[in-house]
Design a binder for this molecule. Structure first.
Ligand code: C5P
Length: 290
């Protein structure tokens, strides 16, 4: 096999809790994440020479080792002493620096895809372990689906898919630095999510329970520095969402909605005044072994 197409779906956080700051500078987390049907598409191809080449039509997607997809290919190549190179063409559909793990998901897709093209025969668990060396969200993205993530984000316990619903994503025209949001987090001020209640609601397929327990401690920081994001969340509630939350460190805010007509009302209400708006379905299921 010389060429492969791989999908890299975005994730949202149904809950995000920070337990404490660790001595290594990272924060100890407890997050519930799930993938949604908004995906980048990557075309991976073997090269006869030694290079790793990134192609993308999108601005803000670096073509060097600042790109997590590049890092993923380089990590596999160096670790397993691979002689051939790789060409990676990224069709970017997930907004960049948005709290949706777009870059991490691209890296995970490269790990899964190049595992096949280079015939490395690594398991998903092994790929997830390698993913943690690239970024905190990459391990989750290797598996996809729905999971509880602990540690830096790399300790993954799979969960069943939540009941299906619409997810309306709204990304204001600002970029947020995850590192800065963590830096400004005051753990004495936050209201911690009830992660157990969220996990129980998912196990029970309890849509209302999931809506009632959406919670993200990073909202307090992003809302303080970008009040626009808080106003967007308030508007999405007024437009008829069942529940609304910021994803990751933001600035993307997502709404859960079950009824088609409400989804349409919300989508129409947001378009025109918010920079990027998407209405997609949850993709609760895990990636197949690739
Ligand atoms: O791991 P990743 O490079 O994606 O994380 C980006 C930044 O977010 C880190 O450099 C760190 O500042 C912050 N972070 C953190 N605790 C985590 C994950 C990320 O402080 N568990």
């Amino acid at each position: 096999m010389l060429k492969l197409l791989v999908k890299a779906p975005a994730k949202i956080n149904l809950s995000l809790d920070v337990l404490y700051k660790r001595t290594d500078g990272y924060h100890e987390l407890e997050m519930v994440m799930t993938t949604v049907d908004l995906a980048d598409r990557l075309e991976l191809e073997l090269l006869n020479d030694d290079r790793i080449v990134i192609h993308s039509q999108t601005r803000f997607v670096p073509d060097d080792d600042r790109n997590l997809a590049y890092k993923a290919a380089k990590l596999l190549k160096d670790r397993f002493n691979i002689k051939s190179g790789a060409s990676i063409t990224i069709e970017k559909n997930i907004p960049v620096a948005a709290g949706l793990a777009g870059g991490s998901s691209d890296a995970a897709a490269v790990l899964r895809g190049m595992n096949k093209l280079w015939d490395l025969r690594l398991t998903l668990d092994e790929l997830a372990e390698l993913g943690a060396e690239i970024g905190s969200d990459v391990s989750f993205c290797v598996y996809g689906g729905t999971a509880l993530a602990k540690g830096r984000g790399e300790i993954i316990t799979p969960l069943p898919p939540p009941p299906n619903c619409w997810v309306v994503l709204a990304k204001p025209a600002i970029g947020v630095s995850t590192a800065e949001v963590y830096e400004h987090l005051n753990l004495n001020e936050v209201i911690h999510p009830n992660t157990k209640a969220m996990v129980d609601a998912i196990y029970q397929g309890d849509y209302r329970g999931i809506c009632a327990n959406l919670s993200n401690v990073l909202e307090s920081v992003t809302f303080k520095y970008f009040p626009k994001v808080k106003h967007l969340k308030d508007d999405m509630k007024r437009f008829g969402a069942d529940a609304v939350l910021m994803s990751g460190s933001g600035p993307t805010v997502f709404a859960l909605v079950q009824h088609d007509s409400r989804m349409q009302r919300l989508y129409n209400g947001l378009r025109g005044y918010c920079h990027q708006v998407y209405a997609v379905r949850l993709l609760g299921k895990r990636n197949e072994f690739s």
